[in-house]
Design a protein around this ligand. Structure first.
Ligand code: CDP
Ligand code: CDP
Length: 216
């Protein structure tokens, strides 16, 4: 048995999973793990080694160190794409499963990713699937990366980001090893018309109802 509840936050790229999961964890006093960072770090190490991220990357996953996750160069589109390539490899995913499960063992946790509610914690206490249209998500990522919406090249850069997000979403949803999908018992939150604050309010409501139901 675990020392606290597990809350799974899954969804496509730049939907606002991390923002929500971090704030949920804070509100509920639970540890938070950004599982995308694990795959990003493995992708980064593969690129550093001069390797095609589609080539076997299991070694990088096995030897992953906490300091690899603290690197400041993991948030680029290039690394996101490399992450998606290494994440499609069953051996890479297998090497990271225990790390994720152990993280929640002592106190429970909020984890965000693609397969938390389906593969890592199929028994999670609460499963949320956060989504938005590709256009909304591309704009969110553009602004998050410091983009200026009134710059002359903004529309082209946002369109480019949208293409990259769509490609990565397709790869993540089509792969055979733990593909991104909505768990049968997940609550889907459509966030196109919701600010991050409103998403948090909605998610907290769902979580509190679910957790109250469980302890009754
Ligand atoms: O922040 P964003 O949603 O753009 O990406 P991320 O969550 O950091 O994930 C980067 C990539 O890692 C994803 O495109 C997935 O291919 C992979 N990933 C995964 O396969 N399983 C997870 N639990 C988390 C991320
Ligand atoms: O983790 P994921 O890739 O799903 O997204 P994120 O990095 O948490 O969020 C992407 C950007 O969208 C951040 O700059 C958020 O402030 C913003 N945002 C959000 O998270 N939720 C909304 N409802 C609206 C915007």
């Amino acid at each position: 048995t675990r020392g606290g509840p597990v809350i799974a936050v899954d969804g496509p790229a730049a939907a606002g999973k991390g923002t929500l999961a971090r704030r949920l964890a804070e509100a509920l006093h639970l540890p938070y793990l950004d599982t995308g960072l694990l795959y990003r770090a493995v992708g980064r190490l593969a690129l550093d080694a001069g390797q095609d991220p589609a080539a076997p990357a299991q070694e990088f996953a096995i030897r992953l160190q906490p300091t690899d996750l603290q690197r400041t160069d993991l948030r680029t589109p290039e690394v996101a794409q490399a992450a998606s390539k290494v994440a499609a490899q069953p051996a890479v995913r297998a090497a990271l499963v225990e790390t994720q499960r152990r993280f929640a063992q002592a106190k429970g946790a909020v984890l965000d990713g693609r397969d938390i509610g389906t593969a890592i914690f199929p028994d999670a206490d609460v499963k949320l699937f956060i989504t938005a249209s590709p256009a909304t998500r591309a704009l969110r990522r553009f602004l998050q990366l410091g983009g200026n919406q009134s710059a002359p090249d903004a529309p082209a850069r946002i369109a480019e980001l949208e293409n990259a997000l769509r490609e990565r979403d397709n790869a993540d949803a089509q792969r055979s090893s733990a593909p991104m999908r909505v768990a049968d018992d997940a609550y889907v939150i459509e966030t196109d018309d919701l600010e991050a604050d409103a998403v948090l309010t909605k998610a907290l409501q769902i979580v509190r109802e679910r957790l109250a139901g469980i302890t009754e």
